[in-house]
Design a binder for this molecule. Structure first.
Ligand SMILES: CCCCCCC[C@@H](O)CC(=O)SCCNC(=O)CCNC(=O)[C@H](O)C(C)(C)COP(=O)(O)OP(=O)(O)OC[C@H]1O[C@@H](n2cnc3c(N)ncnc32)[C@H](O)[C@@H]1OP(=O)(O)O
Length: 314
């Protein structure tokens, strides 16, 4: 049932550019993030700053759209699905937001020591999906000092129950279908029951991931894991299995969140190597499942890796 009286003025919302926002990260943030996406103690290169190969996971910047510049917790409902008040958007319940889809294009490798960056954020779509509304935001991150364009990310938030207002349906999702053969690799991310409580410290303080009293009121039996924890786990698994664990070989990733994951479940990422148009890169179609329930939790997954480390040519 559509929410009575709810209607978005798409012409005001789409194309809206938010005020550029200063965001920042440091080595401690990168390490905390790595723990939040399941990196274990046998990979100290992502966890210990004195390791000679100390690296940052290339999906780290995804957290900055919600973390901002703060090192303290902030209140999720102040930021909402689009990261700020959006013209033409009537009020809606932020507890109805789930992460729908996410892309990341790495343009320059994220600095190992982090730094200060400027996030330029634009609302690039608002869609009426019948059972809900999709708000799409595109964020470009630039170095505050060096002005380098580091990455571009597109987030789709799915706001459950806020569809049916005769809005645009939006483009059909790109569908990446795994080849009909055994996967080339499988990664296992055994999340712990504390996984969401750990991941949230990277900057997404959405109560949906922590509040045991709230979850049943909004349709979940208990708090669910952040989509970006699963997503980072998939990306890390792909780098480990198919890029010799070399983060600099990671070029891009996109995927859809198909079903929620509960902390404590085991996420299996199935990967298939596929050709791309560029002989220097390797495509990877991937799907993630929760082992205990045999449920697909991530689909339409597609990543691109460099076949050789870009830094080896310097
Ligand atoms: C700036 C950053 C902002 C990010 C904010 C995020 C904050 C975080 O704290 C929140 C989280 O991390 S939540 C955890 C991760 N996400 C999830 O667990 C969601 C899992 N997916 C679902 O529950 C359903 O697929 C569900 C509910 C999404 C859809 O299920 P249904 O309502 O049954 O929809 P369905 O009938 O299958 O399809 C209807 C139309 O919607 C499109 N669609 C389906 N799943 C989608 C998805 N995941 N993302 C985007 N669109 C989606 C379908 O394609 C269909 O549209 P069309 O007919 O045009 O194809």
């Amino acid at each position: 049932m559509p929410v009575e009286g709810f209607k978005v003025d798409v012409s005001k919302a789409v194309g809206h550019k938010f005020a550029p926002e200063r965001v920042s990260s440091n080595r401690r943030d990168h390490i905390l993030y790595a723990l939040g996406v399941g990196v274990s103690e046998d990979e100290l290169k992502f966890l210990y700053e004195l390791n000679p190969q100390f690296s940052v996971l290339p999906t780290y910047p995804l957290v900055l759209a919600l973390k901002g510049d703060s090192s303290d917790v902030n209140v999720f409902k102040d930021r909402g699905a689009s990261g700020g008040p959006l013209p033409g958007m009537p009020p809606y319940d932020p507890n109805k937001i789930v992460h729908g889809e996410q892309t990341l294009d790495v343009i320059n490798p994220w600095p190992i020591n982090g730094g200060s960056f400027i996030a330029e954020k634009t609302c690039t779509g608002v869609f009426d999906k019948g059972s809900g509304m999709v708000i799409e935001t595109t964020v470009d991150l630039y170095g505050e000092q060096d002005k380098k364009h580091y990455c571009s990310l597109v987030s789709k938030s799915f706001v459950r129950g806020y569809g049916g207002w005769n809005g645009p349906k939006g483009p059909k999702a790109v569908s990446y279908v795994p080849p009909k053969r055994n996967p080339d690799a499988v990664d296992v991310f055994a999340t712990t029951t504390k996984q969401a409580l750990l991941y949230r410290l990277s900057g997404d303080y959405n109560p949906l991931h922590a509040d045991v009293d709230l979850a049943p009121k909004i349709g979940f039996p208990k708090p669910i894991l952040h989509g970006l924890s699963t997503y980072g786990g998939c990306a890390h698994g792909i780098i480990k299995a198919l890029a010799n664990n070399d983060a600099t070989r990671f070029k891009s990733i996109e995927a859809r969140f198909a079903s929620p994951v509960f902390p404590g479940e085991t996420i299996e990422t199935y990967m298939w190597k596929v050709d791309t148009k560029d002989p220097k890169t390797q495509g990877v179609i991937f799907v993630a499942k929760v082992k205990e329930r045999d449920v697909v939790v991530v689909n339409n997954g597609y990543a691109v890796l460099y076949k050789d480390s870009p830094s080896s040519k310097l």
